[in-house]
Design a protein around this ligand. Structure first.
Ligand code: 5AD
Ligand code: SF4
Length: 477
C-alpha cells in the first residue's frame, strides 16, 4: 500500500466552504420540516477506538448544524452514518453486517441516505466490495475526507447519484468543525492524527495517514473552554501522543503540552492515550508526577514480552527498555495505574515466546490489559509472514493470557479494600440499573450504591471489595 506523507492544515476558506454546504442542507431540511411537521432524524453508528468516537462527535455536530435531530436509533432516520474500524477483521465484519441490517430501513423509507466512513473504507478492496454488494449505500468517504462530509451529502441530495469517494491522498488537520459531545462531563480532545510507526501488524498508518499535530494553542483553547463548561475528565487522543509536535518541527513536545494544560485552573483531570514505549520520555513522567491535573494513569501497549516477536512487530524497543519505563513510572508515582495492549498469536510466535509474554505480565503487574488475537490485515507486512498461527493455538494462548492477567488484576485491586478513592460518577450502571458506577483517577471501574443527581460529579467512595474487573464500595459520608 502507498505511504502518504503530507503535513498541513485544511485552509480556513475550505472549512467556510463546507459550512456553506451545511447551511444549504439546513435550508432544505427546514423546508422538509415545515412541509411535514417533523424534523429529519440522523443516526450515527460508531465502531472502533476513541478517535472514531471523537470523529463521530464532529459528524454529529455537522449533522445537527444541518438541522437533523440526532437519534440513538436508526429506525426512523433520514440519514445514517456508519463510522467504521479496520483494526481487526472482526470490526470490519461487524460494520458490514450492521450496514446489511439497514437495507430494510431503506426499503421502508427511500429518502433515507446511508453513508459509510472511517478506516474500513479507505481500503480499495472494501470500496469495491461496497460498490458491488451494497447498492443501497449512498455515500462513502475515508478518514481524510471527514471535513468534506457536508459537500458530499449535499451532492448526493442534489444529484441523487451514489458518491463513493476514494480517500484523499492528503491527510490534513481540520479545525473549526462543529462538534456535538456525547457527554457533558467527559470529553475527547484529539492532539494529533495518524501514525508513522508502521508496526508490522497494524493497518492504522495506511488508513489514517502520517502523524500531524494540532497547534498547541488550539488544544489549550479547546481544553480551557471544556473546563469552563464544567467538563471534569478530558482525554487527549493520538495514536502515539509521545511524538506530538515532532512532525511540525515545533519547539514543544507532549510533555510541554501537558505542563501547559496543567496550568488551567479548575477541578478536572486530563488523561491521554496512547503512548508508544519507544518514545515515552522520563521528562514526560516527571511532568506527570509533579502535575495537579494530569491523571496518574499510563496506557503503554507492550504487545509482546518476547524480544524476538517485538522485532518482528517492528516495535523498536525490547522488554528491558519497556520494563525500565514501567519501573520509572512506579518509582515516581507509586499510585499510578498502568494498562497495556497485548497481541497473541503473532506470526511465528512460539510457545517459548508466548511464555515470555506471560512472564512479562507477572513482572509488569498491569492493572488491566486489552488483549487481542492477531488478525492479519491486508497490505501489512505481518499478513505476508510465514508461520501464521492456527486459530486453535491462538485461542488457547488467548485464554491462558486472560487467566494469568485476571489473577494479576485481582491482586492489583485487593489493596484498595478499606481505602477511600475519588471517583467521577457516571450515573447508573448500564449492566445493572440498581447500582451506580464511576471511575477513579487511574480509570478503575467502581460500583456503589448512589443517588441520581451525582452523575458528572467527583465523589469519595470507601472501597469494601476489590474484584478482578471492578472495585465495590459505598459513598463516604
Ligand atoms: N491484530 C490484532 N490486534 C491488533 N492491534 C492492532 N493491530 C492488530 C491486529 N492486526 C491491537 C494492538 C493495538 C491495539 C489498538 O489493537 O494491540 O495496540
Ligand atoms: Fe498501529 Fe503501531 Fe501506530 Fe499503534 S503505533 S497505531 S500499533 S502502527
Amino acid at each position: 500500500m502507498e505511504k502518504i506523507s503530507v503535513n498541513k492544515a485544511v485552509l480556513p476558506e475550505e472549512i467556510d466552504r463546507q459550512k456553506s454546504y451545511i447551511n444549504r442542507i439546513k435550508e432544505k431540511n427546514q423546508r422538509f420540516c415545515d412541509e411535514n411537521g417533523f424534523r429529519k432524524q440522523a443516526f450515527i453508528m460508531t465502531l472502533g477506538c476513541q478517535q472514531n468516537e471523537a470523529d463521530s462527535e464532529r459528524l454529529a455536530g455537522m449533522a445537527e448544524a444541518m438541522g437533523y435531530e440526532i437519534s440513538d436509533k436508526p429506525d426512523n432516520a433520514y440519514l445514517i452514518l456508519v463510522n467504521t474500524c479496520a483494526i481487526r477483521e472482526h470490526a470490519e465484519k461487524r460494520a458490514l453486517s450492521i450496514v446489511g441490517q439497514y437495507k430494510h430501513i431503506k426499503a421502508k423509507n427511500p429518502e433515507l441516505i446511508i453513508g459509510i466512513c472511517g478506516c474500513m473504507v479507505v481500503q480499495e478492496h472494501r470500496i469495491q466490495d461496497i460498490k458491488m454488494r451494497y447498492p443501497y449505500v449512498d455515500i462513502l468517504f475515508g478518514t481524510s475526507s471527514l471535513h468534506k462530509f457536508p459537500e458530499l451529502l449535499f451532492e448526493k441530495m442534489q444529484r441523487g447519484k451514489r458518491i463513493l469517494r476514494p480517500d484523499e491522498k492528503e491527510y490534513l488537520v481540520a479545525e473549526g468543525l462543529p462538534v456535538r459531545r456525547e457527554s457533558s462531563y467527559r470529553a475527547w480532545v484529539s492532539v494529533m492524527y495518524g501514525c508513522n510507526n508502521f508496526c508490522s501488524y497494524c493497518i492504522v498508518p495506511y488508513v489514517r495517514g502520517r502523524e500531524r499535530s494540532r497547534e498547541m494553542s488550539e488544544i489549550v483553547n479547546e481544553v480551557k473552554e471544556l473546563v469552563a463548561d464544567g467538563y471534569k475528565d478530558i482525554t487527549l487522543l493520538g495514536q502515539n501522543v509521545n511524538s506530538y509536535g515532532k512532525d511540525s518541527g515545533k519547539e514543544y513536545d507532549f510533555a510541554d503540552l501537558l505542563s501547559e494544560l496543567d496550568k488551567i485552573e479548575g477541578d478536572y483531570l486530563i488523561h491521554f492515550m496512547t503512548s508508544h514505549p519507544k518514545d515515552a520520555s522520563r521528562r514526560l513522567i516527571d511532568v506527570m508526577a509533579s502535575s495537579k491535573h494530569i491523571a496518574r494513569q499510563f496506557h503503554l501497549p507492550m504487545q509482546s514480552g518476547s524480544d524476538r516477536v517485538l522485532k518482528l512487530m517492528n516495535r523498536r524497543y525490547d522488554f528491558e527498555k519497556y520494563i525500565g519505563i514501567v519501573d520509572y513510572i512506579r518509582e515516581k508515582m507509586p499510585e499510578a495505574t498502568i494498562t497495556s495492549d497485548i497481541i497473541v498469536g503473532f506470526p511465528d510466535e512460539s510457545d517459548e515466546d508466548f511464555e515470555k509474554t506471560l512472564d512479562a505480565l507477572r513482572r509488569a503487574k498491569f492493572d488491566m490489559i486489552f488483549s487481542f488475537i492477531y488478525s492479519p490485515r491486508k497490505g501489512t507486512p505481518a499478513s505476508e509472514m510465514k508461520n501464521q498461527i492456527s486459530p486453535e493455538v491462538k485461542q488457547e494462548r488467548f485464554e491462558r493470557l486472560l487467566k494469568t492477567q485476571n489473577e494479576i488484576s485481582l491482586a492489583s485491586n485487593k489493596p484498595y479494600e478499606g481505602k477511600t478513592v475519588r471517583v467521577l460518577c457516571d450515573g447508573r450502571s448500564k449492566n445493572n440499573n440498581e447500582v451506580f458506577c464511576g471511575r477513579t483517577e487511574g480509570g478503575k471501574i467502581v460500583l456503589f450504591d448512589g443517588d441520581d443527581g451525582l452523575e458528572g460529579r467527583f465523589i469519595n467512595i470507601e472501597i469494601e471489595r476489590g474484584d478482578t474487573f471492578a472495585l465495590y464500595g459505598k459513598i463516604k459520608k
